[in-house]
Write a protein that binds this ligand. Structure first.
Ligand code: SAH
Ligand code: SF4
Ligand code: F3S
Length: 456
């Protein structure tokens, strides 16, 4: 007999790895009768999949829990009470504090224990047993999540690596996601094949440090050690139906020659690389424990551009790290001018309890950081607009993902990850077609289907 139907609402914060995890939580809960819902008020189970990276991100959870309390109270005396779970990196970092500060929460589950959700929910309903589960068990997690994946759309995330051993002094990830760990090649191939068989055309391999990937080689392989990301990409490129592969996020120190060469060798590897540098000042990079100089970074970019001249480079920056002077910030501005980014994210340093950065002297005043962030973002926006404008007049293959905002229009992505709007028939959703780019803004391109367009 099928289990009774229940409604599940998941709210996802933070990075793409959380997006992937939320999808997998949906998969794990589906056999229990949980069906996705897009509103929290009438849900039987609400999961907040949280992010701890900056203070603002973490605080959002508590305000959301405040709002949820009203819904939970309303349903308290009905025959369908609401269960509230907090998952993700805030759960890992401050599980006990959540339980104390927000009694509305029924259970707390860290990023490595989602496979235990069915058991934890059952325990909660019996009102006994563990309500806080934050062990680090990536092996068990991925073994248990190995089952069928429900897929929507034509572009999917696939986590291949979790955790981080780099310990940048500003960052919580090594504490919330645990030690670096790579999934075995066979497991990844199995999942990628399953995605392709369900119509997925593009996969993005995910990891907090995806290019540090070193997974067990496939059964029967003669490799005497783990495979790197370059090898994994070559292997995945052979899966029929997967036309586009991407990966994120990378660390400069793990950008090895095999991976750089893959950008020259594999047509399906999209010409886009997110490679954060954080700062242009060697003094700041050292204090951040990034273990490379800006010149090292620039050399890597040069090599990648030699392998794939049209590659779009993206990055992350932090301004106002403790001790950052005007001169250090100018070095960042100069570095950005030197690299010339297609897109980038930039943040004001957020002091995270428990990280070495939080204890450093010379924290930068808020108004100084704000001013620097504004200047940096203005420069990055100019570069992004210029990169987009360069596409005008080019013919680009676009993977159409869904209907666009205007009638008759579709929304897709260029190889460089730019959003593309184009008038096209709905049959092209899920297909790649050639588009002549006619206009560009900072955030998107507009194009017309090429007259000779032959959708693949
Ligand atoms: N693993 C990736 C980044 C993960 S976090 C890497 O090594 O680059 C994503 C981005 O958030 C980081 O690149 C950094 O720019 C930013 N970030 C991380 N911790 C931060 C903090 N304490 N304050 C401000 N920004 C931060
Ligand atoms: Fe955080 Fe640094 Fe690890 Fe990236 S490499 S996740 S910034 S500690
Ligand atoms: Fe946030 Fe955790 Fe991702 S802290 S950025 S959700 S790894």
């Amino acid at each position: 007999m099928a289990p009774p139907r229940k409604k599940l609402f998941i709210k996802t914060y933070g990075c793409q790895m959380n997006v992937y995890d939320s999808e997998r939580m949906r998969d794990v809960l589906a056999p229990l009768g949980y069906e996705p819902s897009d509103r929290p008020d009438d849900a039987d189970l609400v999961i907040l999949n949280t992010c701890h990276i900056r203070e603002k991100a973490a605080e959002k959870v508590y305000s959301e829990l405040g709002r949820l309390r009203a819904h939970k109270d309303e349903k308290a005396d009905t025959d369908a009470p609401m269960t509230i779970a907090v998952a993700g990196c805030v759960a890992q970092a401050e599980g006990e504090e959540i339980m104390r500060r927000a009694p509305v929460v029924d259970l707390v589950v860290g990023p490595q224990t989602y496979h235990k959700l069915p058991e934890l929910i059952a325990q909660t309903h019996r009102a006994r047993g563990e309500r806080l589960e934050t062990e680090f068990e990536p092996v068990a997690k991925f073994d248990a999540l190995g089952g069928d994946r429900h897929v929507e759309g034509y572009s999917a995330f696939l986590t291949v690596q979790e955790g981080c051993d780099k310990f940048c002094t500003f960052c919580v990830v090594p504490y919330t996601r645990g030690a670096e760990w790579s999934r075995p090649v066979d497991q990844i191939v199995h999942e990628a094949r399953q995605l392709a068989s369900k119509g997925v055309r593009e996969i993005t391999l995910l990891g907090q440090n995806v290019n540090a990937y070193h997974g067990s080689p496939p059964a029967g392989s003669e490799a005497d050690g783990p495979w790197g990301l370059g090898q994994l990409l070559h292997h995945l490129a052979r899966i029929g139906g997967l036309d586009r592969i991407r990966y994120t996020t990378s660390h400069p120190n793990d950008m090895d020659d095999a991976l750089i060469a893959a950008h020259a060798e594999l047509d399906c590897l999209m010409p886009y690389l997110h490679l954060p540098v954080q700062s242009g000042s060697d003094k700041v990079l050292k204090a951040m424990n990034r273990r490379h100089t800006f010149a090292d970074y620039a050399r890597i970019i040069e090599k990648i551009r030699a392998a794939r001249p049209d590659i779009a480079i993206s990055g992350d920056f932090i301004v106002g790290f403790p001790g950052e002077t005007d001169g250090d910030f100018e070095a960042t501005m100069q570095g950005v001018r030197e690299i010339n980014y297609a897109s980038a994210f930039s943040f004001k340093y957020s002091r995270r309890p428990g990280t070495p950065g939080a204890a450093l002297p010379m924290q930068v005043p808020e108004d100084v950081s704000s001013d620097r962030l504004q200047r940096l973002q203005a420069l990055l926006e100019t570069q992004q607009s210029a990169f987009n404008a360069q596409q005008i007049g080019r013919r680009l293959p676009v993977l159409f993902e869904r209907a666009g905002r205007e009638p008759g229009q579709l929304h897709g992505r260029s190889p460089y990850l730019q959003a593309v709007h184009c008038k096209a028939p709905a049959e092209l959703i899920g297909k790649i077609a050639e588009v002549d780019i006619v206009a560009a803004t900072r955030n998107s391109l507009t194009g017309a289907l090429s007259a000779e367009a032959d959708a693949a």
